[in-house]
Design a protein around this ligand. Structure first.
Ligand SMILES: Nc1ncnc2c1ncn2[C@@H]1O[C@H](COP(=O)(O)OP(=O)(O)O)[C@@H](O)[C@H]1O
Ligand SMILES: CC(C)(COP(=O)(O)O)[C@@H](O)C(=O)NCCC(=O)O
Ligand SMILES: [K+]
Length: 249
């Protein structure tokens, strides 16, 4: 079995898949290396034979995670690295090594699934959009603060915006104009995310008319899915690209 890890800025997404058919054995989301090792050790019933990782964290943090995995599960992790070109997609950055690896792998996965022009909207710590043309040329993209960053900026840089996580969750039962601080902030930030998604769709339409596929991924994808009904919601899009960039057998 193979352990797959997607290390974002806030969370590590993990799953264990079977080598033969890539069927998913188990998976989860954790907020630390230690929690990851504990969860995988508790739930992955069969011994791991390999591990592949995509990380947007520092090299030191990624190396430390690899060392921890080697120690806990006796497997050498393979870390996905940037490429100028892969699986028919050409990296559109001036310096290809600067493109976030999660964005690159999501673009690879999306082009593989769409087999044509595609727009990837990935809503995590940051909100990202990437454009891949029908011929595989990655045209670049956009990075904005995602839901956790918008929320925490308001909480940190104002004196009178304070609320707890439970009331934040309750506030999102509707998107009507807020009648309390928590409703005003939470709903306002969701509308910002939806506005981001709509603007990206407009860009894609200007580029390609109607002939493209929209993918929606990242932990906060559910907050915009109804606002972008034409999008294919693929929560594991980064893992699709990771399997392409780091084949293991
Ligand atoms: N089970 C979960 N645990 C934590 N966050 C979650 C979970 N499900 C959805 N989320 C949302 O996902 C967001 C993080 O998205 P994610 O794509 O994991 O970010 P990153 O890759 O930057 O770490 C959080 O802001 C949170 O709202
Ligand atoms: C933009 C990101 C911070 C997004 O990280 P995430 O929201 O997935 O945690 C990451 O893709 C990154 O560090 N990119 C490098 C800069 C760039 O892509 O231009
Ligand atoms: K991510």
């Amino acid at each position: 079995m193979i352990l797959e890890l997607d290390c974002g800025n806030s969370f590590i997404k993990w799953r264990v898949i079977h080598v033969a058919d890539a069927a998913i054995e188990s998976g989860g989301i954790v907020d630390s290396d230690q929690a990851l090792v504990a969860e995988v050790a508790a739930r992955a019933s069969v011994r791991l034979t390999g591990c592949r990782i995509v990380s947007v964290r520092s090299e030191e943090e990624t190396d430390a995670l690899c060392a921890l995995i080697a120690q806990a599960f006796a497997v050498q992790a393979r870390v996905a690295h940037p490429a100028q070109e892969m699986a028919g997609v050409r990296n559109g950055y001036d310096d290809y090594q600067r493109l976030g690896m999660d964005r690159w792998l999501a673009a690879l996965g999306a082009f593989h699934l769409a087999k044509g022009a595609c727009l990837v909207i990935d809503l995590g710590t940051a909100a990202k959009a990437d454009f891949v043309a029908a011929d595989g040329e990655h045209l670049g993209g956009y990075i904005c603060p995602g839901m956790p960053l918008m929320r925490s900026q308001l909480r940190t840089h104002t004196r009178r915006i304070r609320y707890d996580d439970a009331s934040a969750e309750r506030a999102l039962a509707s998107l009507a104009p807020g009648r309390s601080t928590v409703e005003a902030v939470e709903r306002g930030c969701v509308l910002m995310l939806q506005g981001f998604a709509h603007t990206q769709l407009e860009q894609a339409r200007a580029l390609w008319g109607g002939d493209f596929t929209v993918f929606l991924t990242g932990g906060d994808a559910p907050l915009v899915r109804e606002a972008v009904p034409q999008a294919r919601v693929v929560p594991d899009l980064v893992f699709v690209g990771l399997a392409m960039a780091c084949p293991l057998d």
